[in-house]
Design a protein around this ligand. Structure first.
Ligand SMILES: Cc1cc2nc3c(=O)[nH]c(=O)nc-3n(C[C@H](O)[C@H](O)[C@H](O)COP(=O)(O)OP(=O)(O)OC[C@H]3O[C@@H](n4cnc5c(N)ncnc54)[C@H](O)[C@@H]3O)c2cc1C
Length: 425
């Protein structure tokens, strides 16, 4: 195995870096978190810029309109985008990172022709309608019912935690088509146009104050049978393909961002004064006005002078490096086998844990600054505080930490399955 970049890969990086340097400065600031129209326009505009330059769907196969880039080029692409401060995939997350790849793996040629180019061009934003109030971890218990009526399914039920539902054009929707079959065998995967009559979207407010996800109520919603992906009642298998992308490779750009957060936090530690920083200590009392740059405070010691904090920063950076190596493995496997393997659960579990550890470290470095979502005194603390809150959702979204442990225990390590829960709970 050759761990060095080839001349062609270095050339790819050089060309991409030059292109990013040219286009990124022309992109305006990101809109406010709750400006949904603005956010959609911003994310879609960036997707179109990528598309016109031939970088959209960098890792998608060329026959589906992608760039056909190798796994290494895909990772270089993500690294360089982060380095250049280019916009994140944003609202195109579901379409580009797991609905599109699921359509490539499982949909009919007609469905692929209809949706894949539109996802790549930013013309279609997708959301995911899997979870329900009584079916999160135990997703196979979902109750949203679809009854066949001629060449349409009539769908009734409720979804919850549907990210970007109010801004999406389509939804990857799981429904129950056979209530009498064992629970994993009566589920179907549908493409739901979000402008179909009978859909009621009610935004939910999160701890950060935004409302990025919603409850979605479905009342006699008619979905053409032509929108079914795969066979009726084969939706659980297809959902597992979606999950393997969602857990395996969809978090890659998040990881690149996290590595940048660690570097930024280290730089910030060198600026934040510590009244009583001493070697080997993780604690330090703050002077009354702590958020002043080091220069203005003469030779005062900083958080960086604290051996304990420096050691933990190094350890966290090393853990993220290890996750980067695991990512390379997962991305290569996805390229070789068409879908990422079960290793995605290992990545998802450890990544979520590392983001919690990074958040705790940020709290200790920022001290009182960790109470502010805004930057303070010209110091960029807001991103770390938001990152700390975001970490809480990472151990829930895309399958909780406990569920990943069950998958790893049962399906990778071959440990006995957990006993079924009795009807009485
Ligand atoms: C930021 C974010 C975005 C999301 N976006 C979407 C989206 O776009 N579309 C969508 O469909 N869903 C989305 N979700 C929902 C997410 O998939 C669910 O929240 C998740 O699967 C957990 O389900 P739950 O919330 O019902 O918790 P529950 O399943 O009720 O779990 C509660 C607790 O019990 C534990 N638990 C449950 N079962 C077991 C078990 N067998 N063994 C051990 N412990 C167990 C869990 O780990 C958890 O700690 C999102 C969630 C978040 C946080």
């Amino acid at each position: 195995m050759n761990l060095r970049y080839s001349d062609e890969e270095e050339q790819f990086r050089t060309d991409l870096r030059a292109w990013l340097q040219e286009v990124v400065p022309g992109i305006g600031p990101a809109p406010d978190e709750d400006d949904w129209e603005g956010r959609r326009d911003y994310d879609v505009a960036w997707q179109k810029v990528l598309y016109e330059a031939g970088y959209a769907g960098i890792h998608w196969p060329e026959e589906y309109g992608g760039n056909g880039a190798s796994p290494v080029e895909h990772l270089i692409f993500l690294e360089e985008n982060e380095r250049a401060g280019a916009p994140y995939v944003g609202m195109n997350f579901v379409g580009l990172l797991h609905a599109g790849p699921t359509l490539i793996a499982e949909a009919s040629p007609e469905q692929q022709r209809r949706h894949l180019p539109a996802i790549l061009k930013g013309d279609e934003v997708w959301c995911q309608g899997f979870s329900e109030p009584a079916a999160g971890s135990d997703l196979a218990s979902l109750r949203t019912r679809a009854v066949l009526d001629g060449d349409e399914y009539v769908v009734n039920g409720q979804k919850i935690w549907t990210s970007f539902a109010h801004a999406a054009d389509y939804c990857e929707l799981l429904v129950r088509t056979d209530p009498d079959a064992p629970k994993h065998k009566g589920i179907t995967w549908l493409i739901l146009p979000m402008d179909t009559p009978g859909i009621d979207i009610r935004p939910l407010r999160t701890i950060r104050g935004g409302s990025e996800f919603s409850e979605v109520f479905l009342d006699d919603v008619r979905v053409p049978v032509a929108n079914r992906v795969g066979d009726e009642n084969d939706g659980w298998r297809i959902a597992m393909v979606t999950f393997s992308f969602e857990r395996g490779t969809a978090f890659v750009s998040e990881l690149v961002y996290s590595m940048q957060l660690v570097r930024d936090l280290a730089a910030l530690a060198k600026e934040l004064p510590r009244a009583s920083a001493r070697e080997g200590s993780n604690r330090g009392g703050l002077p009354a006005r702590s958020f002043e740059r080091r220069e203005s405070r003469g030779t005062q010691r900083t958080a960086w002078d604290d051996d304990g904090l420096r050691h933990e920063l190094g350890a966290v950076a090393a853990e993220f490096d290890a996750l980067w190596a695991l990512t390379k493995r997962n991305v290569s496997q996805a390229a070789r086998e068409g879908v990422p393997g079960i290793g995605g659960s290992v990545f998802k579990l450890h990544y979520a844990e590392m983001r919690h550890r990074l958040g705790n470290l940020a709290d200790r470095i920022l001290e009182r600054g960790s109470l502010s979502l805004d930057d303070l005194d010209g110091l960029a603390v807001g991103a770390h505080v938001k990152g700390r809150i975001h970490a809480m959702s990472l151990s829930i979204a895309a399958g909780t930490t406990q569920v990943q442990r069950n998958i790893i225990g049962e399906r990778i390590l071959g440990l006995p399955k957990e006993p079924p829960v009795s009807a009485s709970g």
